[in-house]
Design a binder for this molecule. Structure first.
Ligand code: NDP
Length: 312
């Protein structure tokens, strides 16, 4: 197996990873960044990004990530296509194996592996992704202002997405598969009291309809069997996210869902020299700009850690 020993390994290529790379490279840490299976991360499946400061006219998600990558490369980050397949944090330097063929020993590691939205698994949902199907109301809701949309899910995310969309859209259909919601009482009450939100109980989505963009959804009541078609322009899937952290299990402290726990106000994990940034450790804000912010923090935390360790 090929072996390398380096100062800083960054795992992940979303806003958190690339921002960490920009800072780490400028601080002389010669970072190597592995992009993972979806270079650019979740933003590459978004269309227009209008809430990232610095782009007054908005920017298309994939283009924005190409810009992030170019900026990280400009300062000398070694960006590589590859997946970290396993790690060993019981040893120092820390170890990571890439595609089961390269072993890296690193004096610091920044984890920026992000999270993935869960999807229903319908082929039509996949086909119309970014053409009316979205997993982020804050990112894409604005495009459907004055229109009818649907949100699927019964947790806090779905309640929050529905409440957010209710401010912009004419009508929000909230599709809940059971006869009750899992969301907190407060969030449930808020969404139930919104006059333009209609809750469909015991309702499953059978199909997202439309040729080039979403035109309607076909839903089925699981108790009566009744099938209905609801005309909507936007279909928001809010059935939870899964942080991409499974390879770190057993080494890092995580919550029940798998979000990495960090020391409050820092990006430090329970393992010295391992820092976590972006959605892998954030189930609350989950924005590109907050991910970039924590990526910056992780690089600064890693730089200070290496200085204390005497790694130059
Ligand atoms: P949850 O796992 O809490 O809820 C997922 C919801 O999606 C459930 O209602 C579930 O239904 C439903 N669901 C799952 N799969 C399907 C499917 N295939 N078809 C239809 N519905 C489906 O995820 P959330 O993202 O809502 O929340 C994750 C965590 O983040 C929670 O702890 C939550 O409290 C927290 N959070 C907090 C917020 C806040 O405090 N402001 C905001 C957002 C999230 P069922 O109940 O039937 O299983």
């Amino acid at each position: 197996m090929e072996k390398e020993i380096i100062k800083c390994l960054i795992i992940g290529s979303g806003p958190a990873g690339y921002t960490a790379a920009i800072y780490a490279a400028r601080a002389g840490m010669s970072p190597i960044l592995y992009q993972g299976g979806q270079p650019g991360g979740q933003l590459t499946i978004t269309s227009e990004v209008e809430n990232y400061p610095g782009y007054p006219k908005g920017i298309n998600g994939p283009t924005m990530m190409i810009d992030f990558q170019a900026q990280a490369e400009r300062f000398g980050t070694d960006i590589r296509y590859g997946m970290v397949t396993s790690v060993d944090f019981n040893t120092y330097p820390l170890k990571a194996t890439i595609d089961e063929s390269i072993e890296i020993e690193a004096y610091s590691i920044i984890i920026a592996t992000g999270a993935s939205a869960k999807w229903l698994g319908l082929p039509s949902e996949q086909r119309l992704n970014s053409h009316g199907v979205s997993a982020c109301a804050v990112c894409d809701g604005y495009f459907y202002r004055g229109m009818d949309v649907a949100v699927v899910g019964g947790g806090d995310t779905a309640a929050e997405e529905a409440s957010y969309l209710a401010k912009l859209c004419t009508k929000v259909h909230l599709l809940v598969r059971k006869g009750e919601m899992r969301a907190s009482k407060f969030m449930q009450e808020r969404v139930k009291n919104l006059p333009n939100v209609q809750i469909w109980w015991h309702t499953e989505t059978e199909e997202v309809l439309g040729t080039n963009e979403v035109e309607a959804i076909r839903v089925r009541n699981t108790q009566t069997g009744q099938v209905s078609e609801i005309p909507v322009k936007g279909f928001f899937v809010a059935i939870g996210h899964q942080p991409n952290t499974s390879i770190f299990k057993g080494f890092l402290d995580m919550d029940d869902t798998g979000y990495i726990k960090t020391v409050a106000g820092t990006t430090k994990t329970n393992i010295e020299g391992v820092f976590a940034a972006g959605d892998a450790q954030d189930n609350v804000y989950r924005q590109a700009v907050t991910a970039a912010g924590t990526g910056c923090m992780a690089a600064l935390d890693a730089e200070r850690f290496l200085a204390i360790k005497g790694v130059h």
